[in-house]
Design a protein around this ligand. Structure first.
Ligand code: 0O2
Length: 251
């Protein structure tokens, strides 16, 4: 790695080596801007990887598990709020090490099985590291929230070398996304909601989950039928070829 005092890379290595670890965050200073540059770069990298995967699955396997992708960078005020919520000093070191979702990418899928298939594929990415995972689909949060979360470390090539930057990936179905987006607006960050309204939101999450399960059953049946038809067609064409061969030998 180039160790040049004046280049950006040296600054990045400094963050890694914790030279600015104890500095307090100032959302208007250059250090903050540089931190955001790191997260934005990682987000571009992972988004491109997922888009390439999406194209590959479509072209080679006629499989389109992702309905849409969204990305976002956490607002500066929300980063500070999160550090306070975790009772941590508002330093760059804590921001870099303890806040995992400054860069966020969301993959919204059609079916639950697509989420697990994508997780398996991402696990096989050679360069992306998985630091942590939470399966809120198998075990929803008390609020009713369902999603699959991966904390990734994404490699970004800078002039001074490679740096691994954390990105939170949320994978969920369309139905889960519908619920989570509305609940986020109505309740997640709003303490004015009543107990009854809160209970209703939990109830709706269960309804959403039932819908997801029923839709999955339909999709599984159709897939099974399609595979069976392929098998029948293959067997038929094999028989046809054998008949042709017999006719050929008779001639
Ligand atoms: P925002 O405004 O969406 O960014 P940890 O990462 O383990 O230190 P954290 O961040 O609480 O702790 O982990 P968790 O539970 O995996 O939550 C991460 C993100 O998931 C949240 O980010 C939300 O985006 C989403 N989330 C978690 N619980 C709920 C929920 O009950 N309802 C909704 N709608 N979203 C939820 P932030 O930073 O809390 O919020």
């Amino acid at each position: 790695m180039i160790q040049n005092e004046n280049n950006e890379g040296e600054y990045l290595i400094r963050i890694e080596n914790s030279l600015v670890r104890d500095e307090f965050i100032d959302i208007n200073d250059q250090n903050f801007e540089k931190m955001m540059f790191l997260y934005n770069s990682a987000l571009k990298e992972i988004k491109t990887k997922i888009e390439i995967l999406q194209d590959e699955l479509k072209i080679f396997s006629d499989y389109e598990p992702i309905e849409y992708i969204t990305t976002r960078i956490k607002k500066p005020e929300t980063i500070l709020e999160k550090l306070k919520r975790k009772n941590l000093a508002l330093t760059y070191g804590n921001m870099f090490q303890e806040v995992n979702d400054i860069a966020g990418i969301r993959l919204v899928c059609n079916f639950k099985k697509d989420v697990y298939k994508l997780v398996e594929i991402i696990e096989d990415f050679q360069d992306v590291r998985i630091l942590n995972r939470k399966d809120y689909m198998k075990k929803p949060k008390k609020s009713g929230y369902m999603s699959y979360h991966l904390i990734l470390e994404v490699p970004v090539n800078f002039s001074s070398g490679i740096m691994y930057v954390k990105v939170e990936m949320q994978l969920r179905t369309l139905a889960m996304d519908f619920w989570a987006s509305l609940e986020h607006k109505l309740k997640y960050k709003n303490s004015n909601i009543t107990k009854a309204e809160s209970n209703n939101l939990i109830k709706y999450a269960k309804v959403i989950n039932n819908i997801d399960e029923s839709i999955l059953t339909i999709s599984n049946r159709l897939e099974k039928e399609k595979n069976e038809n392929i098998l029948i067609e293959t067997a038929e064409s094999r028989n046809e070829n054998q008949t042709k061969k017999k006719i050929f030998f008779k001639l």
